[in-house]
Design a protein around this ligand. Sequence first.
Ligand SMILES: Nc1ncnc2c1ncn2[C@@H]1O[C@H](COP(=O)(O)OP(=O)(O)OP(=O)(O)O)[C@@H](O)[C@H]1O
Length: 748
Amino acid sequence: MPYSSAGELAREQKYVATLYERLDVLRVRTRGHLDEVLAQGATGTHQNRSERDSFADMYAQRLARLWAVEHGLCFGRLDNADGGRLYIGRIGLADDDQERMLIDWRAPVAQPFYRATPAAPMGVTRRRHLQTRGRTVTNVDDDLLDLDGLTDADRASLNGEAALLAALGEKRTGRMRDIVATIQSEQDAIIRGDLNGVLVVQGGPGTGKTVVALHRAAYLLYTYRERLERRGVLILGPNLTFLRYIEHVLPSLGETDVLLSTVGELYPGVTGTRWEPPEAAAIKGGIRMADVIGKAVRDRQRVPSAPVEIRLDKFTLKLDRQTFEAARSRAVRSRRPHNEARAVFVRHLLNTLTRQAARQLGRGMLADDDFADLREDLRTETPVRTALNRLWPYLTPQQLLIGLYTSKERMADAGLAPAECDLLLREPPRPGENWWSEADAPLLDEAAELLGEIDEGVLRAARRAEEEREEQLAYAREVLELTGMADIMDAERFAARQRADDVYLTTAERAAKDRTWAFGHVIVDEAQELSPMAWRTVMRRCPTRSMTVVGDIAQTGSAAGAASWGRVLDPYVKGRWREAGLSVNYRTPAEIMVVAADVLGLVGPGLKAPDSVRETGERPWSARVADPVTGLAPLVRREIVPDGRLAVIVPHTREAELGAALVAGVPDAVAGPGPGALDAPVCVLTVAEAKGLEFDSVIVVEPGEILRESPRGPSDLYVALTRATRRLGVIHSEPLPHALESLVLRAD
Ligand SMILES: Nc1ncnc2c1ncn2[C@@H]1O[C@H](COP(=O)(O)OP(=O)(O)OP(=O)(O)O)[C@@H](O)[C@H]1O
């Protein structure tokens, strides 16, 4: 019920102005504290210095939060039946007497703002939405919750329509925005759901799964701060473009202990972004690969069938099969990972070699010390080291997988069928080559579990780190001299920051570097895409199984992705996961969803598309061209949205040529998912690259080819059609698939 009388607006304006005044005061104060701490200089004990750094970090973070809430500081008001009144906003504010002025949206008392309905008013008589531009209140919009006559069924689930529809109608900026002002009640129930256990959020396109997941992260960090601050929250998204799309939502909600990552980046030091055929990715994603990797490791612990001779200057030593077998079975019985079990294997062989050597030197029984000396001498002999390394090599996960993929014989020995070996066979990496794909990251992780640490590597790394420290110290002195900062920061500390010394890292930064990090909560977005091997990796990162899994089974594009949530989760949390649904599409207008629903019919009978919350009056169109390479650019130029974003979604195999044609024919068009894709007025993407994103207008090219391109073609086409917030067009040269026959023919 709109209620924007001039008097009401003026009253709200007055209150909002006092909130901004308070915000300004707090900013000035916090800045003052920060300056004071920094001005203390670089003197004092190490402890003093690190205390000062912690304070400086705290004030800097607080200041960043105070700046992040400038836009839409206050967006709501609750009038309670007891006469009390609460203003709801992006953060909590109190005056100097600790009287609260503004309630953080995540606080329990703010919950009725999102949940109260006429049927269950939760003690609220009126909920007011405040719309602001800058610091000016432009509109107020009320839900009167105590009026007997207000029984409209929609009101029970959908609140503050005017505010919501205003938010949905805005042009897209290429970055996701927060929705704290317009969270709907079915979304709020998910956001505030219990921290423990696995919560699955199933919902069709545009139902707010991503945005709800991000708000849930902010809510959990606020509510369970102590528990989550130390361990952090991991949010997994489908690709790097998507992470750029969502990365600003959380800081604007005031959260920093969150690591955003793709599965391809989960293994530290590797960025798995190389494209590979879906069939190859499907093999690598299958759970059978856990056995394959296990066999590949055991294959590197081979016992040679013939004896091995080791020639030294003075004599020749010989190791026979029996000795190998004994050493190997001891190492295996130790149940340690490969690199750690190596010590057991090597010790046994070295003892045998030392006894042989003693005999050959005519020294018979040796005293313990002499025996140890001789063993040490042998251990450092190059031929001995070479022989031992060949028998049981130290291996990094990368070495293991490169060794496997580059040899059909090894792959076959590890249990892969000939056709699978053909698909996975690779040339070894060239320097600087982007060799790893997303599906490799979970296999590297699996290998790391089975291989364990490399002692020698750790030692070498420590020596290297010491050398680097010296170099960085010299560099730091130079920089501080040059920048004139020498008086507020000492070189030692500056160098430590450059080294990213763990003391100075945020929880998220530390977690990103550590494969064995256990997160306090893990959120998986577009979770339907994860393969069984990827789930194994994700579960390792979350031993407490406190997770939020959001996705849509109907949108599964990856051949190794999920066909049902039970199949995915039962192996880990059978009977311990719960499912919530989102049913309203806030992105895609009804006119587009009619078309998308026909395609959903191809994905599976009986699947239901979510209901759109709005109509635009614009019918989606199709246009047939003789050749998209020449016919695309003129049509795209006509569809460009002033100050908005248009995406051209193309079959994977056509991305290069169509991208080049558009870059040549359309000003400022960008091809591929690089850093510019989100900001450009026109971008060209494949379905996989457009996953999770949205644009004002979308043009899908050659839908028939998208359908044929992968075993999950119908899901891919469904995803492509549902990326638009306003307009949709389809361009094709081959006949239009039947499911798209309801498109109107474009006349021009
Ligand atoms: N309560 C809300 N208020 C305002 N906007 C909303 C609300 N809920 C969702 N939206 C908007 O709807 C759009 C779709 O949301 P989101 O991307 O989270 O959906 P999704 O379910 O993850 O979609 P998909 O599965 O298609 O990727 C976004 O622009 C989001 O900001």
